[in-house]
Ligand binder design. Structure first.
Ligand SMILES: C[S@@+](CC[C@H](N)C(=O)[O-])C[C@H]1O[C@@H](n2cnc3c(N)ncnc32)[C@H](O)[C@@H]1O
Length: 227
């Protein structure tokens, strides 16, 4: 399958779509329940232009934020010059073993890693850099979602026509380019993360709370796993 995700995320146009500030509802629920803000060492992976990095830096945390897109990191540094951003790939991170208390891969960044073998390698790499007992928080797309909303309807119809609607990887037709995107489920995430040594703790939707409502009515789910 054609994978131009790296080039697309390096377009300045892509970064302009990630200029929000603050946390999404599911992220806020996780932070309220699991984060203590007690000097935790946080790794913000796929940080984009620094939305979550800026939020975490308000507390007594030590935070390093990485993204493989130089363009995203340039914009993040312009927005938040006082914060610690670096260009790095989640699949091979320049950190020691057991360096972080929390690894945060927000807003489905992990789903742009292709093929699945490399997505699994990134999960193992995240496990490596977390301390024992450390948390991995991330979100991932729901393969069995219903077509709700304009953008999702466009991608849904195109993938229906191509016969890739329920494929593990299919195209998400964003305004800044077609992203090759992984679509899983609460069940497949639990299996894949367990294989890498993680223990499942929780999942969250932005609007709903049961696994069925999240999987069918939200396009992605947030997860919390412990090393
Ligand atoms: C959907 S954007 C989310 C950006 C930001 N987390 C936010 O919520 O605004 C996904 C981000 O993940 C980054 N990304 C994708 N694959 C990556 C990888 N292998 N290593 C590091 N960053 C990656 C992209 O460059 C992009 O900035």
């Amino acid at each position: 399958m054609q994978n131009n995700n790296f080039d697309i995320y390096n377009l300045p146009m892509a970064g302009k779509n990630y200029m929000k500030t603050g946390l999404y509802p599911a992220e806020q629920k996780i932070v309220d329940k699991y984060f203590k803000h007690d000097g935790a060492h946080i790794l913000d992976i796929g940080c984009g232009t620094g939305r979550t990095t800026a939020y975490f830096s308000r507390f007594d945390n030590k935070i390093i934020a990485i993204d493989y897109s130089e363009s995203m990191i340039r914009m993040a540094r312009e927005r938040f010059p006082e914060l610690n951003f670096m260009v790095a790939d989640a699949r091979r991170m320049p950190f020691e073993n057991a360096d972080f208390d929390i690894a945060f891969f927000s807003f489905n960044g992990i789903d742009y890693i292709y093929p699945k073998r490399e997505r699994l390698e990134a999960i193992v790499e995240i496990w490596r850099v977390l301390k024992p007992g450390g948390l991995f928080v991330y979100s991932s797309h729901n393969r069995f979602r219903l077509p709700i909303g304009r953008t999702r309807l466009k991608s849904y119809m195109k993938n229906l026509a191509r016969g890739t609607l329920f494929s593990e990887y299919s195209m998400d037709f964003c305004e800044y380019g077609p992203l090759l995107t992984y679509w899983g489920s609460i069940w497949s995430e639990k299996i894949d993360l367990k294989k890498s040594g993680f223990k499942f703790l929780d999942f969250f939707g932005n609007k709903y709370s049961s696994s069925i409502s999240i999987s069918l009515l939200e396009s992605y789910t947030y997860y919390v796993f412990r090393k």
